[in-house]
Write a protein that binds this ligand. Structure first.
Ligand code: NAG
Ligand code: NAG
Length: 191
């Protein structure tokens, strides 16, 4: 309904004053407006808290999809899956009533501040979590960010094959921030 009204006004201007501005304005959706307003002064290299001494809680879990390889000689497990991360970005909040009731929207991950989560027991120097280029994050109006990038981890996993072929293995993955301590970035596992 609102969009239709805007459109009519836009056309009205167009015919009566040949105003390009009116046409551009009528094409602007609530989502575009939100995107621009929210990213206008956003600085992605700054930890998104209003109070510097506050810690950001980051919840992390890993959902394995495929075991690509278990190398018995080197004890390295190669596993592919999604890393699920959630945190609150205090600079990404808006009032849904000002933006056509939009409560959630997608942004490319590299537009935002991201926690520098690394796999600590990695068998591969490349196992940081900035995986295959761009994925989207989901942002809610209260600043809750959900980011689930696909990752391939090579985990160093000491195993014993003594009871083969009836063996079961547990492979622990230690994930944490590379540069921040818990006073700045507090990583815990997502229940
Ligand atoms: C910032 O957070 C710290 C620790 O939670 C608190 O002691 C301090 O009062 C806060 N400062 C402001 C300006 O809110
Ligand atoms: C970090 O998170 C744990 C568990 O959620 C909590 O018990 C602890 O108080 C947090 N530490 C900081 C510095 O926020």
């Amino acid at each position: 309904m609102l969009n239709k009204i805007k459109m009519k006004i836009g056309l009205f201007f167009f015919f009566w004053s040949v105003s390009v501005f009116a046409v551009v304005w009528s094409d602007y959706t609530d989502e575009q407006r939100l995107r621009e307003n929210i990213l206008k002064d956003y600085k992605k290299h700054i930890r998104p808290v209003h109070n510097e001494s506050e810690s950001i809680q980051v919840y992390v879990s890993f959902i394995p999809r495929h075991i690509l390889q278990m190398d018995e000689r080197t004890q390295v497990l190669t596993v592919e899956g999604s890393l699920v991360m959630e945190w609150t970005d205090q600079f990404l909040t808006w009032k849904p009533k000002n933006y056509g009731s939009i409560k959630v929207f997608h942004l490319p991950d590299h537009n935002l501040w991201q926690p520098d989560i690394f796999l600590y027991n990695s068998a591969d120097v490349g196992s940081n979590v900035d995986p295959r280029g761009d994925t989207n994050v989901l942002v809610s109006y209260e600043g809750l960010v959900k980011w689930n990038p696909p990752v391939t981890f090579k985990v160093y996993c000491p195993t014993s094959l003594r009871s083969y072929p009836f063996d079961r293995h547990t492979c622990n993955m230690k994930l944490g921030s590379w540069t921040f301590n818990s006073n700045k970035l507090n990583v815990s596992s997502l229940e």
